[in-house]
Design a protein around this ligand. Structure first.
Ligand code: SME
Length: 174
């Protein structure tokens, strides 16, 4: 398979996110595997979105007798912290509240977990299938205030395509 991503300048964000949504739908068509789809989604976003330095997934893993926690999944960018408790950092906050979190300046977000010192702003979208929290999609940027409301709408749409096209959460850790 040869994949050539379209080039976007995001001058018209709604139009470019709509086109990217079509690309993602095509990329995931016919495949439900969670890790495979997460890997290709992260690769597409990292390639297509300008001014980002990390794009990828944290999945919710339950542990017997303990609260669930987020564990890093497929991503593009620098190596990242592996486990994030629910409620901690931007990812854990988005997971616990089940709401998208857009952080204008990570230095002003209490409890932000720095994986790449270059990151200045961030968006985290919770992934919810039916009533079940699967995890989060996390995108970081080296620019201050990189993500506006059009980015939030567009990235939430991409996350919904990933959720609809991918199998449910991973198994329980022993
Ligand atoms: N900044 C995130 C941690 C994950 S990395 O950005 C890849 C957070 O505060 O949850």
């Amino acid at each position: 398979m040869e994949f050539t991503s379209k080039r976007y300048d995001f001058r018209n964000k709604d139009a470019d996110y709509a086109s990217l949504a079509e690309e993602l739908t095509g990329l995931l068509a016919g495949e439900q595997d969670l890790v495979a789809n997460a890997a290709n989604t992260a690769a597409l976003l990292f390639d297509a979105l300008p001014d980002i330095n990390w794009a990828g997934f944290y999945f919710l893993r339950a542990r017997k007798g303990l609260d669930g926690e987020l564990v890093v999944g497929p991503f593009q960018g620098k190596p990242a912290c592996v486990r994030i408790p629910l409620g901690k950092g931007v990812c854990g906050t988005a997971a616990a509240t089940r709401k998208t979190v857009v952080v204008r300046d990570v230095h002003e977000f209490p409890g932000h977990i720095a994986c790449d010192a270059a990151s200045r702003s961030e968006i985290v979208v919770p992934l919810i299938k039916g009533d079940t929290l699967m995890g989060v999609l996390d995108i970081d940027s080296p620019l201050l205030a990189r993500f506006d409301d059009a980015d939030r709408r567009g990235i939430e749409r991409l996350a919904a395509i990933f959720v609809a096209g991918s199998a449910g959460p991973l198994s329980v850790d022993e």
